[in-house]
Design a protein around this ligand. Sequence first.
Ligand code: NAD
Ligand code: GLY
Length: 364
Amino acid sequence: MKRIKVNLDKQSATSYEICIGHNILDRIGLVIAKSNLARHYIVITDSNVSSLYREELLTALKNVNLNVDLIEFPAGEISKNTDTVLTIIKKLINLGADRNSALIALGGGVTGDMTGFIASIYMRSIPYIQIPTTLMAQVDSSIGGKTGIDLPEGKNLLGAFFQPKSVFIDLQFLKTLPDEEFKNGLSEIVKYGIIDDMELFNILERETENIKNRSMDLLELMVERSCKIKRGIVEIDEMDMGVRRILNFGHTIGHAIEAESGYMIPHGNAVSIGMIASARISEKLNYLSSEDRNRIEHLIRSIDLPDHVPTSISMEGMLSKIRTDKKKKGDSVHFVLLKKIGVPFINGSVKEAIIRETIEELRK
Ligand code: NAD
Ligand code: GLY
């Protein structure tokens, strides 16, 4: 198992390790048992992941004599809400979970975000562990301590920064991941290449076919590099007050597309269109060369991620979503733009006319 340390505050107990490996469920059991984190562990997982992996994980944990229970909820973003949180909390009470208990999130970002949030509020907080099973969760959501749930008014409106005690990434989980979910995660890896790692970008360009075929060696390399990039950013800005915002490259327009499609366009697809739009805006404002902008568009297309905004999505609707974002954050939309591949910066004064012109170009 490879280990990556996340150093958040040298005096506090919030630092933790990300462990990455293949077929490591037995090892995970041993590491958790040795950590003495709790006397009672409760695995929280969704219905899909439960049917695939519940037996394997429970066996690994029981083999090292851990006291374990499991709570399952229906899979999907639709479950990431207050009703599911309260249902899970009532089940925790019935299982006798107390401040000597710890939660284990086994699943994608929905499971991880919601489990982390429950851990942050249950009995004024108990520890939790992340075992991410989607590519998105392995490279992004399980790291950095952003937890939360959705409200009818919008996504992730209720939440807390609450770091896990450890993150265990078993690459074997990716073998059962549906193609659409795999692409969601790839989009975030492309983002890391664009904002921070020219070498990762080169690998993505060179190895496109092997990546699409889920070569385990390449996945390991990409997951490890992505985790290190996110670790580096979170260590500098845990609370998302500055540099962490560069992780939102492609997300301003991406979120508007996702929301305006009624969440029918998956997050990774929306972000890939948003990344093309942000690269074009960077070129129009004379920050980015046309050569770099072309490379970004070519990579996104060759990896089979979408490159255009469907005409069914209302332009005015998207612009209004972007304006709402602006109201939430002060008077300007914080666009992440590029000076070149690997060199992002935050620009608070992108004019709406340029956003409109760019989205118009990308509509087909
Ligand atoms: P998800 O958790 O809904 O998982 C996607 C689907 O894949 C689900 O149907 C799930 O049951 C299934 N699945 C999971 N692992 C599987 C496996 N190994 N094999 C087969 N099927 C599997 O979605 P996601 O894309 O993982 O995460 C999206 C969520 O993450 C969103 O709610 C988003 O807001 C959140 N997010 C959070 C952060 C953060 O920093 N906290 C960052 C990015 C995204
Ligand atoms: N996914 C963005 C962040 O963690 O800040």
